[in-house]
Design a protein around this ligand. Sequence first.
Ligand SMILES: *[C@@H]1O[C@H](CO)[C@@H](O)[C@H](O)[C@H]1NC(C)=O
Ligand SMILES: *[C@@H]1O[C@H](CO)[C@@H](O)[C@H](O)[C@H]1NC(C)=O
Ligand SMILES: *[C@@H]1O[C@H](CO)[C@@H](O)[C@H](O)[C@H]1NC(C)=O
Ligand SMILES: *[C@@H]1O[C@H](CO)[C@@H](O)[C@H](O)[C@H]1NC(C)=O
Ligand SMILES: *[C@@H]1O[C@H](CO)[C@@H](O)[C@H](O)[C@H]1NC(C)=O
Ligand SMILES: *[C@@H]1O[C@H](CO)[C@@H](O)[C@H](O)[C@H]1NC(C)=O
Ligand SMILES: *[C@@H]1O[C@H](CO)[C@@H](O)[C@H](O)[C@H]1NC(C)=O
Length: 776
Amino acid sequence: MDHRMRVTSALIYLLLLYFAHVHTFIPGVDGPVSHQEALEGGNTTLLCNTSVDSSADEFMLLVWYKNNAPIFSYDARDDREWSSETFNSNGRLRADVQSQPTTLNVSALRQDDQALFHCRVDFLVSPTRNIGVNLTVIVLPGQPFFLDELGNKVENHIRPYHEGDTLVLSCLVIGGRPPPRISWYSGETLVDASDGSSDIPNVRENMLYLPLTRENAADLSCRASNTKLAQPLIRKLQIELYLSAYNVSIHWVGGTDGETLTAGKPAIVQCTAYDSYPQPELSWWLDHKHLTQHSNQTWNSRIRKSVSFLELTPSVLDNGATLACVATNPAMAPSRGSKADVIKLNVTYSPIVEISRVGEGSLNSVVELDSLHLECEVKANPPVSRFRWYFNDNKIISGNMWGDETYSSKLVIDEMSKNHAGVYSCAASNSVGETRAEPVTITVYYPPECAGAGISLIKETIKCNVKALPSPDTFFWHVQPTGLDVQHLTTGSPILPLSQVTGPLSGTIKVSCEASNGISSQYEACQRTFSLERLRPPQPRQCDLAHEYGEFQMRCIPVENATYYEVSVWRLSTSNSSLVLDRRGSMGFGARQEPLAQGIEKGVSLTPQGSWLVRGSLGGLRPTDEAGAAACNRYGCSAPLLLRLEPGEPPWWHFILERDVGISVVAVVLVLALAACCALAVRALRRPRAKPAPVIQLLQLDDVTRNYLGTMSEHKVRASSSIRSCSSGYSERSAFEDTALAPPVDRRRKPPAIWRDSWDAPPPDVTLTLHRESAV
Ligand SMILES: *[C@@H]1O[C@H](CO)[C@@H](O)[C@H](O)[C@H]1NC(C)=O
Ligand SMILES: *[C@@H]1O[C@H](CO)[C@@H](O)[C@H](O)[C@H]1NC(C)=O
Ligand SMILES: *[C@@H]1O[C@H](CO)[C@@H](O)[C@H](O)[C@H]1NC(C)=O
Ligand SMILES: *[C@@H]1O[C@H](CO)[C@@H](O)[C@H](O)[C@H]1NC(C)=O
Ligand SMILES: *[C@@H]1O[C@H](CO)[C@@H](O)[C@H](O)[C@H]1NC(C)=O
Ligand SMILES: *[C@@H]1O[C@H](CO)[C@@H](O)[C@H](O)[C@H]1NC(C)=O
Ligand SMILES: *[C@@H]1O[C@H](CO)[C@@H](O)[C@H](O)[C@H]1NC(C)=O
C-alpha cells in the first residue's frame, strides 16, 4: 500500500509539472481575475468554485497556482490533497474543499506572497475552469516620528509656545507598501494632508506649518495609513502652549441682594478664570487698592478653571468703586498674560445727613424778622424717599409758624420770631433706613425791649430791665431830676448809680433808658419817673435839748444815711395862734456830704454806749417854742422830730410814776384812756388820710431851765442839764436818765450852728396845720 501511494504521488507531481510547463494562466483570457488585499503577517482566503454545471458531470481535480507554479491540489476521485512544501511552510495553508466555493486560507503572509494566484478545476465532462486572484500583500509603514525645523527628533512633548506662534514640525514615516499617506490632525480635524516623499529613500513626510491657537493646540496628532485593512498609525504630540485666561468673571455668592451691597454687611464675591495655562494668579483690586484678604485659590487643571473668593465688607465710600479681579499668567509678560473682570459696587446705606444754612450768616444764629433757610444735605444710596424736620425733638408739621415746605430737604422760614429759637434736626430715610442729622441749635437775636416795668430803682441804683439777645452792651440814659436839665449818660451795664447823676435829687427823677446790643437799638425807650423820697434818711428818733454855753443845744443820735441835719425853731405868733418858723440851721456834718464818718467830727461826739451824737446850737428858746431836727441827705430831709418846751407843772398823772398808788387807779386810768383812744381812732378814720405826721415830743423842763427861761436874758448856766424825754425811744437804760451820766461835752468848743441867711419855705411835710393836729 505504501509503495502504491508513493507511486501515485510521483505520478501527480509529474503531471503537474507537465501542466506547469505546458500551460500559463493568461488573465482575462483563461478566466476572470479578482483583486484581493491582505496584510503582511495576516491571512487571506482564496476562493474557487468547484461546483458542476450539470448533474451528469463530475468534479475531478482542483489545483492552485502561484504565478503559474502549483502550490496545492486536491483529487476528488481518490480524495487526496497535496501542497508545495516550500509554500506551505509551517503548515500555513488550510483548505476546505467541501464547502462551496472551496477555500484556501493562507496565513502568515509574507511580502513575496504578493502574486497572481489562480485555480484550475477539471471536470469529467465539462471543460477546465480557471479563476484568478491578484493578491496584494500590504506592508504597514513604521511608526510616525517628529523632526523639528532643525532636524532634531521631537518626542511626545514640545517646548512651550505662546498663542499665535507658528508650529513648524515634520511627521516622518519609514517604509510601507504601498507608500503611506501622512496627515496632521487637530483632534479629529484634518489640518494638513500635504504629504510627500522625503529626501531620504523609503521615507515619507508631512511638514506642518500651524499657527497655534487656543483651539487647535489641544490634541495634535500625525496619522499614517496605507490601507483600510488596518487602523492608521497615530502619533500624538503634546504642545505646551502658554495661554492667558480666556475669560474672567466676578459673581456675588453671598451677603448681597442681587448685585446690591449694604454698607457694613460682609459680602462674598467669587472670581472665576477659565482656560489659562499654567495656573493664573488671581488678584483682587478695589479702586486700584490691592486686597489680600481673599481665599486660597483653587485650580482644576483638567478644565483649567481657577477660583478665588473674597470677603468684602463695603463702606459707604465704596459705593461706585470698581472691584476688579485680575488673572495674571505668571509664565507670560504681564501685558499679554493678564485678563480682568471689573464690576462697579452698588453699596446702599442709610442716608448720611447734615444740616446746613443756605445763604449768608452763621448756622447757629439768625436775627429776628430775617429769613432762615435750612437745607438737609444728604448723601444716600438709594436716593432719599422722605425727609422730616424736627424742632426741639418734635416733628414739624407744616402751617402756622412753619412754612408749607416742611417735608422736603429744605426748611424755609420767611420771618424768624423768638419762638423759632430752638434745636433743629432733619431726618432722611431710604429703603435702608432713616438717619437723623446732628441737631443744630439756632439762636434768634433780637433788639432790646423793655421787660416788666422797664426801669427799677433799687437802693441808690437805677436798673434798666430789657430783654435782648445777645445781651446789650451799651445803655443810653436820659435823666432829668426835678427842676434840672436832662442829663445824658452812657453805661456799659444796665445799672446807673445815682451817684453819676449830678445835682440835688430831692424831688422826682425822670429816667429813660435805651439799650443797644449790636443787632439794633431799642425801638422804644423804657421810661419811668421815680420819687426819691424813700432814699431820704429816716426821721431822727432820739433827740433832746441841752442848755450849754448860754444857749440851747439840739442833740440827736445820728440816723443812718444822713449826711447832715437840719434844725429849726418854731415860735407861736403873737398876732394869731400859728406856729411860725423862727430860725433854721444845720448841724452835724453838713459840709461833708457823706453818712456818719468814723472818728470825732465837728458837732459829733460819742455817747457812753459808743454811739455818736450830733449836736446843733439853737440859740435862745422861749417856753412853747418848738425845736425841730430833721436828718437830711442829697435826696432831701426826713420829717423833723419836734421837741416842744413845756415849762408848766408836772402832769397830773405824775404821782403814778412817783408814788405807790393801787393798781385800781391805773386800771381806771387805762379804761378811760382806752375809751379816749377809741373815740380818737374813730375820728382819725373819718378824716381824710394825710401824710404821716411829724413826731412831736414834749419836753418837761427841770426847774433850773425853767428859771432860766423866766429870766432868760441875764441867767447864767452853771451846769449843763439834760432834759428827760417822754419819748418811748428813750429806754430806762438811756444815757440821759441821770444828770450824772450826761454825755461828756467838749466845753472849749461850741457845737456849730450854721444858720442860713435866706430862709427856705418849710419842708413840705412840716406845715403849720400838721403841727397843730399832731400835737393833739
Ligand atoms: C485570518 O485573519 C483574520 C483577520 O484578518 C483572523 O480573524 C483569522 O483568525 C485568521 N485566520 C487564521 C487561520 O489565522
Ligand atoms: C495585479 O496587481 C498589481 C498591483 O497590485 C498590478 O500591478 C498587476 O498588473 C496586476 N496583475 C493583473 C494580471 O491584473
Ligand atoms: C468662560 O469660558 C468657559 C469656557 O472656556 C465657559 O464655559 C464659560 O461659560 C465662560 N464664561 C463666561 C462668563 O463667558
Ligand atoms: C490657605 O492655605 C494655607 C496653607 O497653604 C492654609 O494655612 C490656610 O488655612 C488656607 N486658607 C484658607 C482660607 O483656606
Ligand atoms: C443700586 O441698588 C439699588 C437697590 O437695588 C437700586 O435701586 C439702584 O438703582 C442701584 N444703583 C445703581 C447705580 O445701579
Ligand atoms: C442807708 O443806705 C443804704 C445804702 O443805700 C441802705 O442799704 C440802707 O437801707 C439805708 N438805711 C436806711 C435806714 O434807710
Ligand atoms: C399869723 O401871724 C404871722 C405874723 O406874726 C403871719 O406871718 C401869719 O401869716 C399869720 N397867720 C394867719 C393864719 O393869719
